[in-house]
Design a protein around this ligand. Sequence first.
Ligand code: PLP
Length: 407
Amino acid sequence: MPAPHHHPATAMLGLGHDPADRDGSLKPPLFPTSTFAFPSAAAGKRAFEIAVGIAEPEDGEEMAMIYSRLSNPGLEVLEERVAYLDGMPGALSFSSGMAAISTTFLAHLRPGDLLLYSAPVYGGTDHLITEMLGELGIHVGELRPHMAGQDLEELLAASPGALKMVYVETPANPTNALFDLEALASFAHAREAILVVDNTFLGPTWQRPVEQGADLVLYSATKFLGGHSDLIAGMVSGGEALTPIAAMRTFLGTMCDPWTAWLLTRSLETLDVRMHRQAENTGRLAEALAGHPALVDLSYLGALEPGSPDADVFERQCLGPGSMLSLWFSDEESAFRFLDALEVVKLAVSLGSTESLAQHPATMTHAGVDPEAKERLRITGGLVRISVGIEHFEDLRDDVLKALAAV
Ligand SMILES: Cc1ncc(COP(=O)(O)O)c(C=O)c1O
């Protein structure tokens, strides 16, 4: 077992699993079981008393396994590792990123509450917030990058409901827009609201929102945490704010299944290596693309204008620029010519995987976003989002330059 001071790259190889407890198995086993046998009726009663909150566990008392909708030994290993990566007391795994987000909302928001959210966000999250929360009587208001002091006060004054949650996706999908977590944590906490951060784009390698005051950190684990485009999962890490989410997960049944959790645990072993290689490829690719005549604009967090508000947030908040690029062409036709000419980079939604992926947010991941909001948030017909993978850099560079020449 790794010691508490070990770096994440080391901890991901063994944390939460002691081979001595599992017949010497070096790796955590998979537990494909729906239910767990109790050693006695009294033990079953005790397990349920603790699970439903009738009794508190004694010091050192192990939580017995009951049923895989509540937990499973494999989920516990995964959750311990993600909590460690995020520097949080605990974590919960889910069947998708959307399951993690919707369960978090349902656990913390009630009719009459106000949710302030950063814009843009992933298209599915946008739909959940702008189309579905209203039907439950939950008010929502939109945060723009670098809103501070008076702007935030005015937004709050203009929004109905009592502020309960500030929800921030930073960097934002699909434009890489940055939001100042420290400022938003102070704003939320001064009003007894919680700050929830979707850290999917930078992952725990390049951003640790707990250090800026986040109460909950969540992921589409389908992306960098999984990293191989072969699973769908979500994670939420946190402290006190995690408790109602655990209860809600049990009753909604939005937990991760044992096989996916096992695969995800395996993926975490290479997270650090993958994210470093992806970031290195991205930096080199951004350099090769800078100033290309086919591009109207390029957003890469490693090349922000010195002294700009974005550069200031990046320096205080991010540990590296990650591997997401936003490319703006003059229009949809040019963007499509570029996408259709790519060969090494695959034309597919999703991100954070070993292979590079490119997609057209305005007509794909963000197709359902209100057209006026799309224009205002720069999700234009000319925008292409690229997630850079671990290919050999020269193949990647040649492929992207060849596609740019086809524009
Ligand atoms: C930033 C972000 N959050 C959440 C999600 C939703 O995750 P999932 O597709 O795993 O449900 C996505 C999916 O693309 C995303 O990009």
